[in-house]
Every structure is written in structure tokens, then in C-alpha cells.
Design a binder for this molecule. Structure first.
Ligand code: F6P
Length: 534
């Protein structure tokens, strides 16, 4: 493989100083360096990738075995081999006629059965057939963290125009302030609590669930009757006291950060109804099919991954910014942060050797236009290059406010143009000269107003943020992470890096309580313990 990496590094050295803007002398560039999925377009023409580079990147993807690995994933093989598990979130959104086997068993039968049970429960809650002690459920509190929170929160916010069910709230942090602030003002008699945890052991979630139970007890005779659970462990949900009728299971071959498509999406389903949720699944399925069938050069997830690989691995840009010009995608950056960084933040290759290349990039971001008034300064003039990933809908959901959408869209386009075009010293000098500056002060003032430009970005444009489109976007990024992980030769589906902190937190608890001596701890930790205990 090293021949591909070497060729890409050589190519980067050859082209790194040219202006991306000049590449548009080829009139077809915007069309050629784009991938489409129905009415959605990923424009990656504002990068330094040309045909030769793309060919090299595609060859890298081919030779690292992306196609075989893709077939293995969709075929239910145990590609998560540090946990001995298949990786089958795609099964959660597969069509009714799909057959997907794990260890020879068709998992779709179970998935279909759970889908039907959830749809019935969702209907019952939304129509008032399932009630709390005080009548129809008005509020739902989903208690979960990480993958059992970020996806549902993100999708619930994203699909606000489709909400016609109970209000759905999310509690994740073990900080008591979170659950306190959410429960305050809710009526236990008309609240349904969902405890969402793949393992049903996560300390934050179980602690919050106990707190919610106590809160419910203040007014409700049988609190457990207003609890539902989503987990892979029927045993543990039963031990918590939740009736099996309101327990929705899934299998360990669904990674937490990939679990939004099944029962973990219960909060979203309650908010928008099962039909809209089915559209969300249909969008993801549409992207799955394109990922499986489209040739690499036109395959949206593959090309997004290759752009990412080029920037992170070859150009050495260590972060990337997720910048949705769509306020309802305000939690998309946080969701992608877990998806990308928990998946590809690894330093060891599949064979156990140390990676010789950087692991996946740092992912961060905020919606535009807000970010423009905060951190875009660094993106435009800082010394680091941050590849930016813009998102913008053709239409908003508010026809009466179309003029605001126009302003939003013009800002989005302005940013990617400004990043690429920049402003030269000559241009800045002309502007400042017009303002009356002269001599050395003119030069000094002008230099502060220079934009280096030549900063790459991609823009994803979509018709409107519908459930279908949201499903496409999330699946697009899931597959992008998969491809980047295969190219790096890592397991994108485990997360051992989160375990050490959990173990140490358990050990520190009695030290904070003062029931255990802290002598074994380092000086800093001991001093902090002293401070917090005082
Ligand atoms: O600690 C990390 C993690 O295991 C994530 O991978 C997961 O999404 C989250 O915790 C929550 O886990 P669970 O759904 O089992 O409570």
C-alpha cells in the first residue's frame, strides 16, 4: 500500500502551492468534482483535488480492500474483531424483504418483530391508549448518554417541523443539574421515562434512571409502569423493574454510536410518529444502496472519505469543522464528533501493530451563521488550515421567512468562497489606501486584512431537511467513517479508549467520599481530591 501513500505524498508536494481557484479555469470542474445522491449534491470542487489525485485516492481505496470490507459488513461478518461482533446497523434500516444473516440466523425477523412492537407502543402513547397515572403522556424523558443520547437528541432537534407527539426531553450528564433542570416543571403523572442504554450498566444512565424513579415515586403509585427501556440486556431491564412489554431490545452487533436507527430512536419516533421515522430509515437505506452500488468516483460516501483522507493523511490538516447552515442541525457537530472520533480515534492497526499514520481527525463545529461571529477568524486567518464541511438546504421549512433563508444561504456560499479566494496584500492595500492610509501605516494596516485563501471546503446541498434527507446525511457520514477506517487499517467499531477513565472514576468515588485512602494517587490528583473534599 505504501506505493499509494508515497504517490499521494508526491502529488501533494507537486500541487500544494497552486491556487484552488485557478482549477476553475476548467469550466466543468464543479460538475466533475461532485457526487450526487438523488437531489443531494456533495460539492468537493473547492479542494485541491484534481483528476490525477482522485485517481490515486480511488486506487488507495480499492487496494486497501474497501469493496471487500463493505461486502463483509453488509454480509454480517464479524468485522469488529476485537469484540468478536458483526457490524450491522445497516440491518436496522434494511427493507422489509431483506435477509441478513449472523452466524447463519436471519436477523431481519427479529428486527421486523421489534419494529412492529415499537410502532404499536409509539401509536399507543401518541394516541393516549397508553397513559400515565394522570392521563395522556405529555412529556417523554429519554435518559441515556453517548450513542444512546447524541443521535436521538440531534434527530429530534433536526426534525422539529415534524413534531406532533409528546414533548421529548433528553438527560445525559451524571451532573445532577441536568436531570434536575429537565424534570423541574414536568408532571410525573403524565411523563414517560425511557432508559436507553445498550449495556444497561453505564453509570451515568443508571444513576439518572434511579433519580427519575425517585422523582416519579413522589406522585405515582407504580413508577415502573411509566418507564420503558431500550437495551441489549433483557435481564438487566427486568432487574430494574421494567415490564418486558415496554422493553425494546437490540443486538450487540449494533454499535452505540450507530444505534439511532432502531429502538434507541424511540424518543424521535414518539416525537414525529412511525411514518416519519420510516422515511428517516428510507433515506438511510437509499444512501446504503448508493454506497454499495455506485462506482467509487461517483460514490458519495467513498468520495467524502477520500477527501477526508487527503486532507488528514496527506495534507496534514489535523481537524475538520462541521458547519451546518441549518440551525436545526445544531447538534450535528457533536453527533459527528462521537461518530468519527470514537470510531477512528485509534492508534493501533487491526493486526495489533502501531499505526504509522495519524489517526482520524479532530471533528468540531457549530451551526453557521453563529460560528462566523465566533471562531471563523481562525479558520480564515489562523496559521492552521481547517478543512470545512458546509451544509445548506435549498429551502427552509418556513416559506414566510424565505428572505432569511436567502441570507443564510448567501452566507454559506460566501464563506466557502472567501476561504478559497482569500484577499491578497495588493487588494487589502487598495482598500486601506481608499480609507486614507499611507506609507508604513498603510502597509501595516493592510497586512492585518490579508486572507491567505486557498483553504479547502466541501458543501453538501440538499432540497430540505426532511426525515428522508436527514437519514441520507447520517448514513453518508457513517459510511465515510467506515471507508476512512478501512483505509487506515483500523477497527472503527470498538472504543477501548473510553474504558480506563471509567475504571479510575469508580476507584476515585470512595476517595472523594473519604472512605478510602488516596495515598496511591499522584500528587496532583491528591491535591484536587483534598480541594473537592473540603
Ligand atoms: O463510554 C462510551 C460508550 O460505551 C459509547 O460507546 C456508548 O455510546 C455510550 O458509552 C453509552 O453506552 P450505553 O448505551 O451502553 O449506555
Amino acid at each position: 500500500m505504501s506505493k499509494h501513500w508515497d504517490a499521494l505524498a508526491k502529488r501533494h508536494a507537486e500541487v500544494k502551492d497552486r491556487a484552488i481557484l485557478d482549477l476553475f479555469e476548467w469550466a466543468d470542474r464543479a460538475e466533475v468534482f461532485a457526487a450526487s445522491a438523488g437531489d443531494m449534491i456533495l460539492d468537493y470542487s473547492k479542494t485541491n483535488i484534481d483528476l490525477e489525485t482522485r485517481d490515486l485516492l480511488v486506487a488507495l481505496a480499492k487496494d486497501t480492500g474497501v469493496a471487500d470490507k463493505r461486502a463483509a459488513m453488509f454480509g454480517g461478518e464479524k468485522i469488529n474483531d476485537t469484540e468478536g461482533r458483526a457490524v450491522l446497523h445497516v440491518a436496522l434500516r434494511a427493507g422489509d424483504d431483506a435477509v441478513i444473516r449472523v452466524d447463519g440466523v436471519d436477523v431481519m425477523q427479529q428486527i421486523r418483530a421489534t419494529r412492529t412492537r415499537i410502532a404499536t407502543f409509539v401509536r399507543d402513547v401518541r394516541e393516549g391508549l397508553f397513559t400515565g397515572q394522570g392521563g395522556k403522556i405529555t412529556d417523554v424523558v429519554n435518559i441515556g448518554i453517548g450513542g444512546s443520547d447524541l443521535g436521538p437528541v440531534m434527530a429530534t432537534l433536526a426534525l422539529a417541523p415534524y413534531h406532533d407527539g409528546p414533548r421529548v426531553h433528553y438527560v445525559s450528564n451524571v451532573d445532577g443539574a441536568h436531570i434536575h433542570d429537565v424534570l423541574e416543571g414536568l408532571n410525573p403523572e403524565t411523563t414517560l421515562v425511557i432508559v436507553a442504554s445498550k449495556t444497561f450498566t453505564t453509570i451515568e444512565t443508571m444513576t439518572n434512571a434511579e433519580t427519575a424513579k425517585r422523582w416519579m415515586q413522589t406522585k405515582v403509585a407504580d413508577p415502573a409502569a411509566q418507564f420503558a427501556a431500550v437495551s441489549t440486556s433483557a435481564e438487566k431491564t427486568a432487574a430494574f423493574g421494567i415490564d418486558g412489554a415496554r422493553v425494546f431490545g437490540f443486538e450487540d452487533w449494533v454499535g452505540g454510536r450507530y444505534s439511532l436507527w432502531g429502538p434507541i430512536g424511540l424518543g424521535v419516533m414518539l416525537a414525529i410518529g412511525s411514518e416519519n421515522f420510516d422515511q428517516f430509515l428510507a433515506g438511510a437505506r437509499d444512501m446504503d444502496q448508493r454506497f454499495v452500488n455506485d462506482p467509487f468516483e461517483r460514490n458519495m460516501p467513498v468520495m467524502l472519505a477520500l477527501v477526508g483522507t487527503w486532507h488528514n493523511q496527506i495534507c496534514g490538516y489535523t481537524t475538520r469543522a462541521v458547519l451546518p447552515y441549518d440551525q436545526r442541525l445544531s447538534r450535528l457537530p457533536a453527533y459527528f464528533q462521537q461518530l468519527e472520533m470514537e470510531s477512528n480515534g485509534k492508534g493501533v492497526a487491526l493486526d495489533g501493530s502501531n499505526l504509522t499514520r495519524p489517526s482520524g481527525p479532530v471533528v468540531w463545529g457549530e451551526p453557521g451563521t453563529n460560528g462566523q461571529h465566533a471562531f471563523y477568524q481562525l479558520i480564515h486567518q489562523g496559521t492552521r488550515v481547517v478543512p470545512c464541511e458546509f451544509f445548506i438546504a435549498r429551502n427552509g421549512h418556513e416559506p414566510d421567512l424565505a428572505h432569511q433563508h436567502l441570507l443564510l444561504a448567501s452566507n454559506c456560499l460566501a464563506q466557502s468562497e472567501a476561504l478559497m479566494r482569500g484577499r491578497s496584500l495588493g487588494e487589502a492595500t487598495a482598500i486601506m489606501a481608499k480609507k486614507g492610509f499611507t506609507g508604513a501605516e498603510l502597509d501595516r494596516q493592510a497586512r492585518h486584512r490579508v486572507f491567505p485563501g486557498n483553504r479547502p471546503s466541501t458543501t453538501l446541498v440538499y432540497p430540505k431537511l426532511t426525515p428522508f434527507v436527514l437519514g441520507q446525511i447520517i448514513a453518508l457520514y457513517e459510511h465515510r467513517v467506515f471507508v476512512e477506517g478501512v483505509i487506515l487499517g483500523i477497527n472503527s467499531y470498538d472504543q477501548w479508549g473510553v474504558e480506563l477513565g471509567k475504571e479510575l472514576a469508580l476507584a476515585l468515588q470512595p476517595m472523594l467520599e473519604g472512605t478510602m485512602d488516596a495515598a496511591s494517587k499522584d500528587g496532583s490528583t491528591r491535591a484536587l481530591l483534598d480541594y473537592l473534599r473540603a
